[in-house]
Design a protein around this ligand. Structure first.
Ligand SMILES: [Zn+2]
Length: 257
């Protein structure tokens, strides 16, 4: 069965991924975030693709510094989070969580995923379940909590668990191996993580991505989606603490790992 949307990841800068979504019915092309890397234009030219839409997840330089170049060359609609619009340029539209954006033969829903930055948003493609999580959620990890607060970040991640298990997860960075090593430091007996580490190390040794993942796999194995599992609370010595404090403790342990 041909898929309605063709989704491709391109490694750029040191650890980033630029992500491209092509609607096979209408030929429209969207991209998620715009790192400043000449590889992006080369990738688009090689396929004869022109982006019609750029979906920005948050204000950090490694996600927005390429916007000017993309705008000059292709003049797409550039959508940015409303609460970070003063720190992002150029853009053409702002969105808030809950918005629904038509794209080709489908729609993106805008989800609230604050904490890495306070206005961070993610985009969910409804018709072919795929989550473009930026730096909110990584495979077996989550973004560093620059802005917080912990309860908002945890609530945002918890909402992502409502997405169907088959949702394909695309993230802003290749951090999987470090994330698995940290997760195993919390739960050394977690056999699926051990196997996943072997797999991820083989992939990286061949210079292959460890993404995309799936939400089903992440719900079962990503400690940052399992904050309310007593095993995780115990691992950071926070058995009876409220969930946002457990989340903060796990996030801090990762920062110091
Ligand atoms: Zn970031």
């Amino acid at each position: 069965m041909t898929q309605k949307f063709e989704i491709e990841m391109l490694p750029v800068l040191d650890t980033n991924y630029a992500i491209f979504i092509k609607c096979s019915i209408t030929g429209k092309v969207a991209m998620v975030d715009a790192p400043d890397d000449d590889k992006i234009v080369a990738f688009l030219e090689a396929r004869n693709w022109r982006p019609d839409l750029v979906l920005v997840t948050h204000r950090h330089w490694d996600h927005v510094d390429g916007l000017e170049k993309i705008k000059q060359r292709y003049d797409p609609i550039i959508v940015v989070p409303d609460s970070e619009k003063d720190q992002i340029s150029p853009f053409t539209e702002t969105v808030a969580p809950g918005a629904i954006l038509p794209f080709g033969a489908g729609h993106f829903t805008v989800l609230s995923t604050p904490g890495h930055t306070s206005g961070h948003i993610a985009y969910f493609l409804q018709e072919q379940p795929a989550l473009f999580a930026g730096d909110a959620l990584f495979s077996i990890g989550c973004g560093r909590m620059f802005d917080g607060p912990p309860n908002a970040m945890w609530e945002g991640l918890k909402q992502l668990r409502h997405l169907p298990d088959e949702t394909v997860l695309y993230c802003g960075h290749e951090y999987t191996i470090d994330n698995i090593k940290f997760a195993l430091s919390l739960t050394p007996e977690h056999e699926a993580l051990r196997q996943h580490l072997n797999w991820a190390e083989e992939r990286r040794a061949q210079n292959q991505p460890t993404l995309p993942s799936t939400l089903g796999f992440e719900k079962a194995n990503n400690p940052f989606l399992r904050i309310d599992d007593p095993v995780i609370a115990q691992a950071v010595g926070q058995e009876n603490a409220p969930e946002h404090e457990i989340f903060a403790a796990v996030r801090k342990a990762k920062d110091q790992f």
